[in-house]
Design a protein around this ligand. Sequence first.
Ligand code: CS2
Length: 502
Amino acid sequence: MAPLKLNNKNLSQIAAAGEAQVKAPTYQRGGAVKEGIVHVGVGGFHRAHLAVYVDQLMQKHGVTDYAICGVGLQPFDAAMRDALGSQDHLYTVIERSAKGSFAHVVGSINSYLFAPDDREAVIAKMAHPDTHIVSLTITESGYYYNENTHELQSEHPDIQFDLQPANEKTPRTTFGFLYAALARRYQQGLKPFTVMSCDNMQKNGSITRHMLESFARLRNPEIAKWIAEQGAFPNAMVDRITPQTSATDKTALADNFAIEDSWPVVTEPFMQWVIEDQFSDGRPPFEKVGAQVVKNVHDVEQFEKHKLRLLNGSHSAIGYPGQLAGFKYVHEVMEHPVFSKFVWQMMQDEVKPLLPEIPGVNIDEYCKTLIERFSNPTIMDQLPRICLNASGKIPQFIMPSIAEAIWVTGPFRRLCFVAAAWFHYINGVDDSGKTFEVDDPMREELQAKARAGGTNPAELLSIKSLFGDDLRGDKRFIQEITKAMEDIARDGILKTLPKYVD
Ligand code: CS2
C-alpha cells in the first residue's frame, strides 16, 4: 500500500496499516499536555533516547506534564524544525538488530522552537512555570569547557557576546539562554529548573553546573548564588548508538512500514540511562520506564567512566584507524579479524584494569555486549559520525586512560596507537591518498599543528586546552605515540595494526 504521511490525522491508520506492526502513541498531545521539559539539541540521539523514555512515560504511565519542547540553537537546526514541523512533531524510531526491524512512532516532542527565528521565545519557554527541566545534547564544544584549567572559556567570543547585558535577550550560547531564563525565574519567585546534561562527558552535570555558575557570576553574583544554592545539575550516563539517518532508511520505512517520515531515527535495541537523583523542580518517574535513577553521585560517576572509556573509547579505536584504512561503517571494521582483536585487547588489557568495580556489573560481560553492539550490521553506523568533533572526544575517551595508565605504570601502547591515528587523521588524507572532510570546531588549529609537527606529536600536544601539561613530559608516552605516528605515516594502518595485537 502507498505510504501515509506521518501526522496526527494519519496516526491511527499508520498504526493499523503497516505490514509489520507499528507502535504509535495513543496518548493526548498538543494543548492537552504540559511541556515540562525543554530540550536543547534535538538530534538523532535525543530522539532515540530521552524522548523515547518520555514517550513511554506518557504512553504507559499517563504522565501529562513532562512533554518535550525541542529547541535548536544552530543554523543547521532549521532542518529539524522543518521536518518535525511538517508532521506534527511526530517521528519514527526504527530499531534494528539481527531480530529484525521494528518501527515505533514517538509523540513526546510536542513542539519545537528554532532560536534564530525568535530567541526571546526560547527564553520565555525556559522561564515558564510549566518548565521543570532543561535538558541538553549540545556536544562537548557546547560547554565551553577548558580541559586544562577546568574553567569556562570566558574569553571565547560567543561567551563574551552573551556576557554583555545588552545581549541578554539575544544570546548565542546555551549558557546565555539558561542564564537569561533563570534570571527571570528568580525575579518571578519560581524555582530554578533542573539542568540535565545528556552529553558524553565525565561528570557532565558537575561540569554544566560549574560552567553556568561561572557564567552567572560574571553577569550577576546574586543570581549566581541562587543557582548555586537551589539549582540542580544531575550527572548522568547516557547510552544508545544512534547513526545518522540515511536516504535508504526513509525508503525502507516507506516500503516496510508504509510510513512517510521526513526524518526518522535508526537505532539499536539497547538503551541505558543512569542518572543522579538531583532535581530542583520535580521530575517524572523515569525509573518506571527503565532509567536507573541513582542517589549516590559516586555510583553515577563509575557508570559514566565505564561507558566513556569502554564504549566511546572503543568507538574512537574503530573510527580514526578505520577511516584511515578505508572502511565506511563500524561493523565493517569489526568484521576485520585484526581490528576486532585490537579493540578487544585494548578494552581488556589497557582500559579494564583502570576501571572501578561496580557492584552487579560484570565488566567482561559488558565488553562482550559492546563487541556485539559494534558488530550489529543492520544499523550501518557511519565512521564519519564517530570521527566528528574529535577534539571534544579523544580528551574524554582516550587521554584519561593514557594518563591513568602512566600513573600506575600499566600498559597503554594500544591507546597511544589510537591517539596517533587521530593525529594522522587530522591531515584529512586516508591511507590510499583520498582526502576526506575533517569536521571539528578546532580544525584549523589542529591541521596547522599537524602539518608543522609531521610525525612529531609535540606540536599537537602543545594545545594545552586539550592535553594539559603532564603528558608532554612523560618519556614513555612520547616514545610510544611517536613510534605509532611514524609507523602509521610510513606503512599505513593495516600494516601497522598487527604490531598492536597479541
Ligand atoms: C560515539 C557516540 O560519537 C561518538 O563518538 O561514540 O555517539 C556513541 O554512539 C554513543 O555515545 C552511544 O551511547
